[in-house]
Design a protein around this ligand. Structure first.
Ligand code: HEC
Length: 105
């Protein structure tokens, strides 16, 4: 657990070294299950047009979430994803990315 927290912290540091923060994978899990699981699945395996998120690294996930939060079109189905990202804080993104990268395979 300690090692996982350190890894998560490392991921957050590399996201934004000037604004280092503690990462809370449990909070990320709660948010993921509340908001994200209905499309990406509880284990992140995805389904049909909903991409698999499990197995991606934290930097990849957080940069995607930042793009969707900024309402950038990334793929053909971005309009489905953008409304779920616009209200995420930097902390939410760090927590979600750490949870997905560490807990979902
Ligand atoms: C209404 C269904 C829906 C919900 C809810 C949803 N997503 Fe998505 N998500 C999508 C779709 C559809 C895409 C693909 C969008 C595109 O084509 O650009 C996507 C793309 C993504 C990607 C990029 C995947 C890749 O391979 O590039 C990530 C990461 C992601 N979502 C994470 C999340 C997280 C975290 C949440 C919860 C905050 C969430 N999504 C909620 C539908 C959803």
């Amino acid at each position: 657990m300690k090692i996982r927290m350190l890894l998560a912290f490392g991921a957050a540091m590399s996201l934004n070294a000037a604004n280092a923060q503690d990462v809370d994978t449990d909070a990320g899990k709660t948010l993921y299950l509340d908001v994200c699981a209905k499309c990406h699945g509880p284990t992140g395996k995805g389904l049909a047009s909903f991409p698999k998120v499990a197995g991606q690294d934290a930097d990849y996930i957080s940069s995607r979430l930042e793009q969707y939060r900024a309402k950038e079109k990334v793929g053909p189905n971005s309009p489905l994803m953008i409304p779920n990202a616009v209200n995420l804080s930097d902390e939410d993104i760090a927590n979600l990315s750490a949870h997905i990268a560490e807990d979902l395979q």
